[in-house]
Structure formats: structure tokens, C-alpha cells
Design a protein around this ligand. Structure first.
Ligand SMILES: [Fe+2]
Ligand SMILES: [Fe+2]
Length: 255
């Protein structure tokens, strides 16, 4: 596969969460499932659990179930910014999410413009390549920090939310699988010569579909991630949880 210019960041390992992803989203019965996933039995409660897990699929869920909204109920969004425990790390993290939303929305608008014929395929390609590369490379780093730093600490701090963090990790894997497909579609679009209009438009349409899918997944993920994490941090505080900037920098130094 030819890569977009300077797009080594478009490629990510895809096997890390595969097994968990399969279990959660497809509800596979498996004797090795941890007890919190319903255990190895096939009773009525496990069927209920399976339905429950399917509903947490990134492409179909509409938010967290009641058992994962215990802190969100206590700290609704409109109270976050003014809360005394909304510290520097949360402000920075939410700012990064804001940047992803802004760029995602710009990519979505550009895709719509291309579909409606407002911009030529050639101009559309010139516009999206640097922005897509920027988004994907930053997403990769962002997810690494969350998987390795935020999620393990917060999950251990509040075991009642552990399943939510596993779902968020699975979201990252789902998003990275979509990114792989998007990179392939983008490369096909870039490789299409301007001479063959039908091929150019068809590859552009394929890219637009993959891009829209990524942005939809990302927006859902950002909302749910914030709804799980911010209320917990407000309840406990960044320093007591060990996720302040000082804690983060110390862990980086220690490797
Ligand atoms: Fe995330
Ligand atoms: Fe995030």
C-alpha cells in the first residue's frame, strides 16, 4: 500500500485489543471470560449481559448504562468547568478533545462539500491530506497516553467503572481499525490520476465514506470518555488520584 506523504503514523498495530473487542462487541461465550463479563455459564443473566455488551458497541451505543453513570449523575456536564477539582490536567485533556472535535468537524464539512460538488477532487485531496495526517498522528499519541496512563490508574481507583474503561480501550482499537481502512481509502484516492474522472470520483467517494465513519466513531468516543472520566476526577481530585501533571511527568521520567 502506498502511503500518504509523511503518513507513517497512519499505521497502527491492530491486534492488541482484538480478543477483548470480539468478546465485548460480539458477546462470544467463552469459559475464560472474567467474572465481570458474565462468567462461563450460559444462564439467563449471561444472555442479558451479552445484550448489554452489544449495546456498548461504539457504532451503536448512545451513552453509558446506569451502572456506569453513577458519577455522571452526581456531576452533570454543566457543573464541570466551575468545579474546584477541575484541574490543569483535565483542562488540558478536554482542550485536546476540543481540538479533535474541531478538526473532525472541518473534515466532515469538507467531505460534504466534495460530495455536493462544491470542490474539485483535486482540490479536496490537497486540503485533506495534511489535516488528516495531523489528526491521525495526534490521535495515536493521545490514545497511547490514555491506555497506558489514565485508564489503569482510574480503573483501579474506582473498580465499579472498570468495565467502562475496558469499553473505552476497545473503542481505541475500533477507531484504529477504521483508521487502517481510511488510510487505505485515502491512498487509493491519492493514487487515482486526474485523467480518469470516474475512478477519481469513485475513490474519492470511498475515502469520504471512511472519513465519515471515523469522525462518527470519534465523536461518540470523546463524549463517552469524558462522561466516564471527568465526573470521577471531580469526585476525587487529580492529585489524590495520582493523575496531576506532576504525577504524569514523574512517571514519564521513570519510564
Ligand atoms: Fe480515548
Ligand atoms: Fe481521549
Amino acid at each position: 500500500m502506498r502511503c500518504l506523504s509523511d503518513c507513517s503514523d497512519l499505521r497502527f498495530p491492530a491486534d492488541r485489543y482484538r480478543e477483548l473487542f470480539d468478546r465485548i462487541t460480539r458477546g462470544r461465550a467463552d469459559a475464560s471470560l472474567p467474572q465481570r463479563f458474565g462468567g462461563p455459564t450460559f444462564g439467563a443473566h449471561e444472555i442479558t449481559d451479552r445484550i448489554h455488551f452489544v449495546s456498548l458497541d461504539l457504532d451503536t451505543r448512545t451513552g453509558w448504562p446506569d451502572d456506569l453513570s453513577i458519577f455522571l449523575d452526581q456531576y452533570p456536564r454543566q457543573t464541570w468547568l466551575s468545579h474546584r477539582n477541575f484541574g490543569e490536567r483535565m483542562q488540558f485533556w478536554m482542550g485536546v478533545h476540543g481540538g479533535f472535535r474541531e478538526l473532525g468537524s472541518a473534515l466532515q464539512s469538507a467531505t460534504a462539500g466534495f460530495r455536493e460538488g462544491d470542490v474539485t477532487p483535486e482540490r479536496f485531496r490537497q486540503w485533506f491530506v495534511p489535516r488528516l495526517n495531523y489528526l491521525l498522528s495526534h490521535l495515536h499519541t493521545h490514545h497511547q497516553i490514555e491506555d497506558l496512563d489514565y485508564f489503569p490508574i482510574l480503573s483501579a481507583a474506582e473498580p465499579r467503572l472498570a468495565r467502562g474503561f475496558e469499553v473505552l480501550e476497545t473503542d481505541h482499537e475500533t477507531i484504529h481499525t477504521t483508521i487502517d481502512a481510511l488510510a487505505e481509502a485515502a491512498n487509493g484516492f491519492m493514487a487515482a490520476g486526474s485523467g480518469n474522472r470516474d475512478t477519481l470520483l469513485a475513490t474519492g467517494e470511498r475515502y469520504a465514506d471512511a472519513s465519515d465513519r471515523l469522525i462518527a466513531q470519534l465523536m461518540r468516543h470523546l463524549d463517552d470518555e469524558e462522561d466516564l472520566i471527568v465526573p470521577l476526577v471531580l469526585d476525587r481530585g487529580e492529585e489524590p488520584l495520582g493523575i496531576s501533571w506532576q504525577d504524569h511527568l514523574r512517571r514519564m521520567r521513570e519510564g
